[in-house]
Design a protein around this ligand. Structure first.
Ligand SMILES: NC(=O)c1ccc[n+]([C@@H]2O[C@H](COP(=O)([O-])OP(=O)(O)OC[C@H]3O[C@@H](n4cnc5c(N)ncnc54)[C@H](OP(=O)(O)O)[C@@H]3O)[C@@H](O)[C@H]2O)c1
Length: 452
């Protein structure tokens, strides 16, 4: 949960030394900042690219580019900074979804990979007047450098502690819930959907990209993909079976995905709820809009949204490309915007987004992923205000025993002393917190802390 770090009353700006450079990626913001710094007697200039060693303020995160392009532009600008040169990255913590940022997660990851770097995010919240917003930035510069959310009442800082609030009371869902769960047929979101089905019943619409494939009659059930590949290879002389290793691998993955989806559907049904799996890539707006419109026709309005769809495209900051941002942002960010835009949001009673502890602590090799999850955290805060009748929660998960955490990643986390969340425990925490935690607790970290 964020904690208040400073107020503006009586605040003093940094005693400016050397010219402050402001990038012109968002010209209106740059001009407003220039005026605010000059009003405090600081020397400053607007530049296309920062060059000096003195303080720089980046406005790339406020530019009119797409969300993933904006974050990539921030990273490019950070990489051009000399180690140790103080840099403030501006973005929006509150506003229209498509304008929000996740630069805090990006900056934290950057600092982990480059411990000499002094790059920090200042995220505005609820301030339409640019001169007021700029004044807050200038006063924030007088504080110890950190990642701040600049709210109306002062600068706030992420405080990972605070933990989970023990759930109280019993679940009351006195209407037939219709849950839309992106990524809900596979991975850890499936565990959470099954637990939710046990608690609330209702209808579960699960979205994922995988197609369903019938398991061949002659093939023994397999839970290990290597063993399945071997079996398929040994039976490649059968009619309709692939012959080439790459095709065998593709079929093995498809069969494993299908088996996982079928098992999720069976578990939801065994819990007494209805489950529908719909193949759709939520990163493709037209496809997602079509299937969500159809499902609302057949099942009625969506009352609960769980956004679990996500992919990784990891790399150290100097190797990440725009396509790595696009790949990660397509389901997490653009997919979520598309899904929300298809729903009658005033009918939503629950919204859960699967974020990551990497947004709060940063993570080596995951600056793009941490940024997308940081964006989700800001979106959850925004939605909790705009949807007063809904429980809105951002789950900043530490690593689970499963899903996208493969054996190699699990070993790496264990070596770092970071415990793994068991699938049953994670699902229990999810359902408890989504259904029973106090409405004002919007985001929480689940799992061990790791440092920035
Ligand atoms: N596992 C962890 O330790 C961990 C930690 C922190 C946060 N999280 C978050 O938790 C969520 C689930 O992660 P996981 O570990 O379960 O990963 P996973 O096993 O890779 O599952 C990802 C899920 O997202 C779906 N998906 C991906 N792209 C999609 C798209 N464009 N459209 C529709 N569905 C899509 C996948 O289904 P298809 O492949 O069939 O599309 C799958 O169901 C992610 O958002 C992740 O960032 C996980």
């Amino acid at each position: 949960m964020p904690v208040r770090a400073f107020g503006y009353a009586g605040g003093k700006p940094l005693p400016f030394s050397g010219p402050v450079e402001i990038t012109n990626a968002a010209p209106e913001y740059a001009q407003a900042l220039l005026r605010a710094i000059q009003a405090h007697g600081g020397e400053t200039r607007i530049v296309p690219r920062v060059s000096g060693q003195s303080l720089a303020i980046l406005t790339e995160g406020l530019s009119s580019l797409s969300t993933s392009e904006r974050h990539y532009a921030v990273l490019e600008a950070l990489l051009a900074r000399a180690d140790g040169a103080p840099t403030i990255v501006l973005d929006l913590a509150k506003g229209e979804l498509q304008n929000l940022g996740g630069c805090a997660g990006l900056c934290r990851s950057f600092r982990i990979e480059r411990p000499q770097a002094r790059v920090f995010s200042f995220s505005f919240e609820a301030c339409p007047d640019l001169s007021v917003a700029s004044e807050r930035v200038v006063l924030g510069l007088g504080e110890p450098l950190d990642d701040y959310i600049l709210r109306e009442d002062g600068g706030w800082r992420e405080a990972p502690g605070g933990g989970l609030v023990p759930p109280t009371g019993a679940v009351v869902v006195d209407y037939p819930p219709v849950w839309l769960v992106t990524g809900g047929a596979r991975g850890v979101t499936a565990d959470c959907a099954i637990e939710l089905a046990r608690r609330t019943g209702g209808t579960f619409v699960l979205l994922g990209r995988s197609s369903l494939a019938a398991w061949p009659d002659w093939l023994e059930p397999q839970s290990d993909i290597k063993a399945l590949r071997g079996l398929l290879a040994r039976n490649s002389s059968r009619a309709d079976m692939p012959k080439r290793p790459v095709e065998i691998d593709r079929l093995a993955r498809r069969l494993m995905a299908s088996a996982e989806i079928s098992s999720t559907i069976s578990a939801i049904e065994a819990a007494g709820a209805k489950a529908l799996y719909i193949q759709a890539d939520i990163g493709h707006a037209a496809e997602a809009q079509r299937v969500i419109a159809a499902v609302q026709q057949s099942e009625g309005s969506i009352t609960g949204l769980v956004h679990g769809a996500g992919v990784l495209s990891d790399g150290r900051v100097e190797t990440l490309q725009l396509q790595d941002f696009d790949k990660v942002f397509a389901p997490k960010v653009e997919g979520f915007e598309t899904v929300l835009s298809c729903l009658a949001t005033n009918r939503l009673r629950h919204v859960a987004v699967f974020s990551s502890a990497s947004a709060v602590f940063g993570n080596e090799g995951q600056a793009n992923y941490a940024a997308a999850n940081s964006w989700l955290n800001n979106v959850a805060e925004q939605l909790s205000v705009s949807l007063p009748n809904a429980q809105v929660k951002a789950f900043c998960w530490g690593p689970w025993q499963g899903g996208m955490v493969d054996d190699a990643l699990a070993r790496m986390f264990t070596e770092r002393g970071i415990g793994l969340i068991s699938r049953s425990e994670g699902a229990r925490i999810f359902a408890d917190q989504l259904l029973l935690s106090p409405r004002e607790q919007v985001r929480f970290v689940i799992g061990d802390e790791w440092g920035v």
